[in-house]
Write a protein that binds this ligand. Structure first.
Ligand code: ADP
Ligand code: ADP
Ligand code: MG
Length: 669
């Protein structure tokens, strides 16, 4: 076994690898860029080596620097994590030539599965079912349109070198095809330096189901079963689970067998993932093979008890797998939520900044009224850390395991409730919304889930009765604490609580307060024949989390004091809640509603990024749908189009300008 390994990665996956290495008694060397000096992984590693400036192209992707760091540290092997150099056969070969072990599959397997066109051919030869389409490269737009007509719309346009959901587009018509083909080619060139593009049939209403495989250098290959990753935005996964709620035993076995056959065909000898799209009828087609550790690997670890990083290290060291297919069983259910610095209320656009507040749920076993659940939280950052624009904006991977799927969903909802972030936009309310949806609970998933369930974007959910009670009780209790803290305890017991979502005046709820013998706050709801009992209140002015027990069930809400009330978020519900005396409430009802500023004549940058082009000039007449600006962020080009006809009144940015979210780019008259 190795005594020292180098980790050629950063963030949560570097932390994840260090944890296993430490448990195995292997010491770790972490390479890091400027931006990652002092990071959590940096603090945890036994040794660190600085390898350059923040952009990955000048640090994590420079092979010479990684090899040099291995030499200097005396490490015997390199774990590449995912992304960066993890699927680069040139890097794997280079290490081999230098006598350094690559903790991953052999270079031949990486190469064979490295691009989507070649791997699809391999899969077809190994008897794996593949998506119908055109196996060759497509050079011109005319050719693309012609092939698309042969395949039949809808058609998926894919960059052969693509990954991470980039370089993928669906075309429904010749016009879509012509535009999409050029866009995918351009995106592929900037993101992957390779503009090869191919077409395949778009499988309608599909689900993403993948098989985890594991091999060693002695010809043993097993399937560690399936994961479903259908909850995606921009073709990128956000919520994953294992096993898939779609599969029956026969389909599970058929997919596992095909995945193992493909792995065998390339002498696969590490952890890898064979991805499929599946129809609702359980038909399935090969998509691609990822020859690396997968982001969502923890859910597989939770249902099988196998540590995949440990297995990768053992296999790289030449050890024989200590178990066979028959030793593996699925135990319970696991769900992973990817917590991203991105704003779900604004189309999931990336958000950057300092994580000024970060409270994480406790790992390990918990109990909810519905049963036990286990929390695992793979995080790469700490409170106070910066989420920078240089890398993937993933903050953590929060996982919940329980004996049943319903238990895992409930556990995840609670773990999310115990997660608090501030300083950057984040998707926790969105993840919480999905856990609360009946469709998700019923397991009727599809890759179109987010579009189906949130057709006009995500705006949070409306409170159900329990959440309305939580909003009322939280605001009333905070109001009590504040008046007491002000040294001016009013003995008022009658209040009107106004709950407003968005720009409304708010729904009034009359309450009457009293304390019972055990010091619990009792709220009689006026006009309703019931009372709420709030106990174990854990909040004081300045805290962003309000914890208490409402009617015997604990909850946590995110709270903020604003000028005339409180902003409260519980799970996917957020509201402005005001606690007013009956007289003030009457006055409030007569106040005019503030109208939000009219932004309909402005084209604003939806995210921080770089202006690529503003192809309009002052005085120009623009028609609906015409491109007005192109912004690049996170290696993706975002085309901003006119939402109505108009004449350009002002242009406030030019190509090359860095812009912040909401910066005005173009103004119409
Ligand atoms: P998963 O199926 O594990 O989510 P993804 O394909 O989404 O895998 O990619 C996982 C990580 O690797 C992401 O951080 C993604 O940005 C990165 N990645 C994947 N493929 C590439 C690639 N070809 N070039 C750059 N980064 C990539
Ligand atoms: P990446 O390398 O970016 O992960 P994939 O080929 O794995 O690219 O595709 C990403 C996602 O796009 C899949 O998870 C699936 O949701 C969707 N997808 C890909 N190919 C098809 C297809 N032919 N039909 C329907 N959906 C597809
Ligand atoms: Mg994929």
């Amino acid at each position: 076994m190795f005594s020292k390994i180098l980790i050629a990665n950063r963030g949560e996956i570097a932390v994840r690898i260090i944890k296993t290495a430490r448990r195995m008694g292997i010491s770790t060397v972490l390479v890091h860029s400027d931006a990652d000096t002092g990071s959590l992984a940096y603090e945890m590693a036994d040794e660190t080596i600085h390898i350059g400036p923040s952009p990955a192209a000048q640090s994590y992707l420079v092979q010479d620097k990684i090899v040099e760091a291995v030499r200097r540290s005396g490490a015997e092997a390199v774990h590449p994590g995912f992304g960066f150099l993890s699927e680069n056969p040139v890097f794997a070969r280079r290490l081999e030539a230098e006598g350094i072990t690559f903790i991953g599959p052999n270079p031949h397997a990486i190469e064979a599965m490295g691009d989507k066109i070649t791997s699809k051919k391999f899969a077809a030869e190994a008897g794996v079912s593949t998506v119908p389409g055109h196996m060759g490269l497509i050079e011109t737009t005319d050719h693309a349109v012609q092939i698309a007509n042969e395949i039949g719309y809808p058609v998926m346009i894919k960059a052969s070198a693509g990954g991470g959901g980039k370089g993928i587009r669906v075309a429904h018509s010749d016009d879509d095809m012509a535009e999409g083909f050029a866009a995918v080619k351009a995106e592929a060139l900037t993101a992957f330096g390779d503009d090869r593009v191919f077409l395949e049939k778009f499988i309608v209403d599909p689900r993403h189901i993948e098989i985890q495989v594991l091999g060693d250098k002695h010809g043993n290959i097993v399937s560690l079963f399936d994961r479903e990753c259908s909850i995606q935005r921009r073709n990128q996964k956000v919520i994953e689970e294992a096993p898939s709620p779609l599969l029956d035993d026969a389909t599970r076995k058929a997919m596992g067998d095909q995945a193992v056959a493909l792995a065998r065909a390339v002498n696969y000898d590490s952890a890898g993932t064979v991805e499929f799209v599946a129809g609702q009828d359980r038909s399935f087609y090969f998509l691609e093979m990822n020859t690396r550790l997968q982001v969502e690997h923890p859910v597989t670890e939770l249902i099988t008890g196998v540590d995949l990083v440990e297995q990768m290290i053992r296999s790289a060291a030449g050890e024989r797998m200590a178990f066979g297919q028959d030793d593996l069983k699925i135990d319970g259910w696991a769900i992973e939520s990817r917590i991203y610095a991105e704003d779900p209320y604004r189309g999931f656009l990336p958000s950057i900044g300092r994580l000024v507040r970060y409270e994480q749920p406790e790992e390990g076993e918990h109990h909810s009224p519905t049963g036990p659940y286990v929390v695992r939280n793979d995080s790469g950052v700490r409170e106070g850390d910066e989420i920078s624009m240089f890398y993937d904006p993933m903050i953590s991977k929060l996982c919940a395991w329980a004996p049943t799927r319903a238990g895992a969903v409930e556990g995840m909802a609670r773990a999310l409730e115990d997660t608090h972030l501030n300083g950057v936009g984040h998707n926790v309310p969105f993840l919480a919304a999905v856990m609360d949806q009946d469709r998700f609970k019923s397991g009727k998933l599809a890759t179109s889930y987010i579009k189906d369930e949130f057709p006009d974007g995500f705006h949070g959910l409306s409170p159900d009765r329990r959440q309305t009670d939580i909003l009322i009780a939280t605001a009333a209790a905070m109001n009590e604490v504040l008046t007491e803290a002000a040294g001016d305890p009013s003995d008022r017991t009658e209040w009107i609580v106004l709950i407003a979502q968005g720009n409304e005046k708010g729904e009034p709820h009359g309450i009457s307060l009293s304390y019972d013998d055990e010091e619990a706050l009792t709220l009689d709801l006026v006009g309703e024949d019931r009372a709420l009992s709030l106990s174990q209140i854990d909040w004081r002015p300045g805290l962003a989390q309000f914890k208490a027990v409402l009617d015997d069930e604990p909850f946590t809400a995110e709270v903020k004091r604003v000028a005339d009330g409180f902003d409260i978020r519980h799970r996917a519900v957020r509201a402005r809640v005001r606690v007013l005396s009956p007289r003030l409430a009457e006055l409030h009802a007569r106040l005019p509603i503030k109208v939000a500023a009219d932004t309909s004549k402005l084209i604003q940058s939806p995210m921080p990024g770089l202006v690529v082009a503003i192809p309009v000039t002052v005085g120009q007449e623009v028609k609906t749908g015409e491109t007005v600006a192109i912004i690049e962020a996170m290696k993706m080009q975002n085309i901003l189009k006119a939402e109505r006809d108009g004449v350009v009144k002002a242009v406030s940015a030019k190509a090359g300008d860095p812009v912040a979210a909401d910066d005005v780019l173009v103004e119409f008259g």
